[in-house]
Write a protein that binds this ligand. Structure first.
Ligand code: ADP
Length: 324
């Protein structure tokens, strides 16, 4: 349904997108995950025909969006990060306006009524958009994307700024839409893609560094445990001893000092349980352990893991190490 080949977008010497390629089939829910500035909005803006590319190819439903944007756009419903809502219109006036804008040929009333039912805004149809809560406004934004029943839906950070209840509701709605449409959503929240998407494309500094099924990525994350160790030990000796341990992938000093103790961050090598080794290193050296606890992996840690496994190229590996 969507084909992106060697897509590059340059702003001066800065690559917002650097040779990105991926394909997405029908009725998939795919998450585009990356930190701020990774290139997610750039990808979505090119996919939806709002931005030109420096080089590369993009087609949606077999139509080249760069060469034939008007035709290709008919296949896409787009919810930008800031939904293009007219605050002074009522919901139904606005949806009729979008219906006309898209030159929709479906039965006007039945189509708009059905969309309002699906996104659960029937009860606010006659309310002024500007008076609605952020959650309802987001639903109206999704409703406008659904007009003309496009096979592809593209949502840019659809849950940003919503409260926890609204976030759950919007995620449920996206799951429902995934049964009938190909959905691509961008987010910088790992748990969001894990809960909504079947597949995750990870983008960092304009490059795609991973493209995996969600359960595969979740397994990788479960295998990657990080610990926080507070121990009474000489700094240099302790770091050297842990780094020399076969099961430990990384040992870094954390800034948290307390009396004669130091605090270290320890990461296991994939699939290796390092808890006993950590105890043995400490007991052999007579280093009392004050605290030893697992720490959840952050998105940044997962990036570094993926890059370290060679999925992001050698230059990134060096940079990640330098940061660590
Ligand atoms: P994301 O959506 O993942 O936060 P963006 O696609 O917005 O990332 O941005 C990717 C990179 O491109 C960033 O480094 C950003 O600063 C840069 N960028 C985006 N738009 C412009 C622009 N109009 N002019 C110059 N640089 C831009």
């Amino acid at each position: 349904m969507i084909k992106v080949a060697s897509l590059t977008k340059r702003y001066g010497s800065n690559f917002a997108l650097d040779n990105a390629s991926f394909e997405i089939g029908g009725k998939e829910i795919v998450g585009l995950l990356g930190p701020n500035g990774a290139g997610k909005s750039t990808t979505m803006n090119i996919l939806t025909g709002y931005l030109s590319a420096t080089s590369g190819e993009v087609s949606v439903g077999g139509i080249d969006i760069l060469k034939n944007p008007i035709e290709a756009k008919k296949n896409i419903g787009y919810l930008p990060e800031q939904p293009p809502l007219y605050q002074e219109m009522t919901v139904v006036e606005y949806l009729n306006f979008v219906y006309d804008l898209k030159k929709c040929k479906l039965d006007r009333h039945a189509h708009i009524d059905e969309i309002c039912e699906v996104v659960k805004i029937s009860d606010v149809k006659n309310r002024i958009i500007g008076h609605l809560s952020k959650g309802y406004k987001q639903r109206v934004g999704i409703a406008q994307a659904l007009i003309n029943d496009p096979p592809v839906l593209i949502f840019d950070e659809p849950t940003v700024g919503l409260d926890p209840k609204q976030i759950i509701e919007i995620r449920n709605l996206i799951r429902t839409l995934g049964a009938k449409h190909t959905v691509i959503l961008s987010t910088h929240i790992l748990s969001e893609v894990q809960s909504v998407c079947e597949r995750i494309i990870i983008i960092n500094k304009g490059k795609i560094i991973a493209d995996k099924k969600t359960d595969e990525l979740s397994r990788d994350i479960d295998d990657s445990v990080k610990y926080r160790l507070k121990v009474c030990a000489p700094k240099t000796e302790a770091i050297a001893a842990f780094r020399a341990n076969a099961g430990i992938a990384a040992c870094e000093l954390l800034p948290d000092r307390d009396g004669d103790s130091i605090t270290l961050s320890l990461e296991n090598k994939r699939g290796i349980d390092i808890r006993k080794s950590v105890y043995y290193v400490c007991s052999q050296n007579n280093w009392p352990i004050l605290e030893f606890s697992p720490v959840g992996m952050e998105l940044e840690d997962i990036f570094i893991r993926l890059i370290d496994r060679g999925e992001g190229g050698n230059d990134k590996k060096k940079k990640a190490r330098a940061r660590g």
